[in-house]
Design a protein around this ligand. Structure first.
Ligand code: MEV
Length: 417
């Protein structure tokens, strides 16, 4: 049994930490070599990014193709472990291309910072005092980030919410431009809190960004031809949408499929995928019931229209995006000019992803395509190497029984030959 009490572990340098874990966990020399390969992230960078670093964890990086958004073509980088997600997104985009691709728009990059006031004695008076002094408070907030203000961003508005239980919450609305916004907002909130205490005589407690980015939304819309899909598939997609609209159990999976694409782009661009996920799911339940993030309907000609609205707290400056060399490389492939455009690409990607999943689910089912792609993983799990992988996966698909046992049997036969 290992002892997890690694005294002073965090103070050790990267190599010493690696060495300690290799020894403690009894890693083989092959495993140790694998751990020591840190790809594009050198140990100096890794040490600055998180604590107690011992290496990296890789994900496949794929490119979703066929995307046309507002008339511009994009190659979308996706970092994801699940097979068939990249293929599905590309497929959805290819079919939308027939009608000109995706049309998108988005709001300004406005994020919310929250300052909690607790045990409020006089809510009405406190609210009035904060409102009266909001100009002064906004000025003070903006002194914290002059660069943001220089680029047209900064604290724009103060709102006060009474959430009951003797609590008031001050919302500081900040235009964060090309940043995700957490750092700027948290700093502003921490500076404003004591000022608010002085002004009101009330007590503040939490001062933190809200990841429910309701003011930072991207929308995407696309049309898929009846001629291409067929009447019955369109009917099936609309039925699938209605299923999600009326059942949170289905809506969760529906939205998970959307986030397959969105999260993969989020990771590839070095963005905070937990923030994007949390924001998306909370937004989906904003009206009191968990709902699908997309909607589907037929136009007069019987073609299928799909729409999505998504909160998009993406950044291009600050944070990991700027320091992670692969994130920079992915952004070079993607070629977006600002965070708002990145958000719109995410919305289009989420819509394509969802369309492709619903199309498959409403017709042949998801497993046919998925298992075909998954067959390679199973072949590798069974021990297939190099050229064997393709051979085993092909035989697996042909056998109609894509299982681990079958893969082992095929591999054994192949090697026996
Ligand atoms: C699998 O990762 C995603 C799907 O389940 C999404 C959906 O059901 O809509 C296929």
């Amino acid at each position: 049994m290992v002892n997890s009490n690694l005294e002073g572990f965090y103070k050790k340098n990267f190599n010493a930490r690696q060495k300690e874990i290799i020894k403690k966990a009894g890693l083989s020399s092959k495993e140790a070599k694998m751990l020591k390969n840190s790809g594009s992230l050198d140990s100096g960078l890794l040490d600055k990014m998180i604590e107690n670093t011992i290496g990296i964890f890789e994900l496949p990086l794929g490119i979703a193709n066929y995307f046309k958004i507002n008339g511009k073509d994009y190659l979308i980088p996706m970092a994801i472990e699940e097979s068939s997600v990249v293929a599905a997104a590309s497929n959805g985009a290819r079919m939308a291309r027939e009608t000109g691709g995706f049309k998108t728009k988005s709001s300004k990059p406005l994020m919310i910072g929250q300052i909690q006031l607790v045990n409020v004695k006089n809510a009405a008076k406190t609210k009035k005092l904060i409102q009266k002094n909001s100009g002064k408070l906004l000025k003070l907030a903006n002194l914290q980030d002059k660069t943001l203000v220089k680029f047209g961003g900064g604290a724009k508005k103060i709102e006060i919410r009474n959430i009951g239980a003797k609590m008031l919450v001050v919302h500081l609305i900040v235009d964060v431009r090309d940043a995700m916004g957490a750092n700027a907002i948290n700093t502003m909130c921490e500076v404003l809190a004591p000022e608010i205490e002085k002004l009101t005589g009330e007590k503040t407690r939490l001062r933190i960004i809200s990841n429910l980015a309701v003011h930072r939304l991207a929308e995407a819309k696309a049309k898929w031809k009846q001629k291409t899909l067929g009447k019955d598939v369109i009917k099936g997609i609309i039925e699938a949408y209605n299923f999600a609209k009326n059942d949170p159990f289905r809506a969760t999976t529906h939205n998970k499929g959307i986030m397959n694409g969105v999260a993969a782009l989020t990771i590839a661009t070095g963005n905070d995928f937990r923030a994007i996920e949390a924001g998306a799911h909370a937004f989906a339940s904003l009206k009191g019931k968990y709902k699908p993030l997309t909607k589907f309907y037929k136009d007069k000609k019987g073609d299928l229209i799909g729409e999505i609205v998504l909160p998009v707290q993406f950044g291009l400056v600050g944070g990991t995006t700027k320091i992670h060399p692969k994130a920079q490389l992915c952004l070079k492939i993607l070629k977006v000019k600002n965070a708002q455009e990145l958000g719109e690409v995410a919305a289009a990607l989420g819509l394509a992803q969802n369309f492709a999943a619903l199309r498959a689910l409403a017709s042949e089912g998801i497993q046919k395509g998925h298992m075909k792609l998954h067959a390679k993983n199973i072949a590798m799990m069974a021990g297939a190497k190099n050229k064997e992988i393709e051979k085993v996966s092909k035989k697996l698909v042909n056998s109609g029984q894509i299982s681990f046992d079958m893969a082992k049997r095929i591999l054994k036969e192949l090697r026996g030959k």
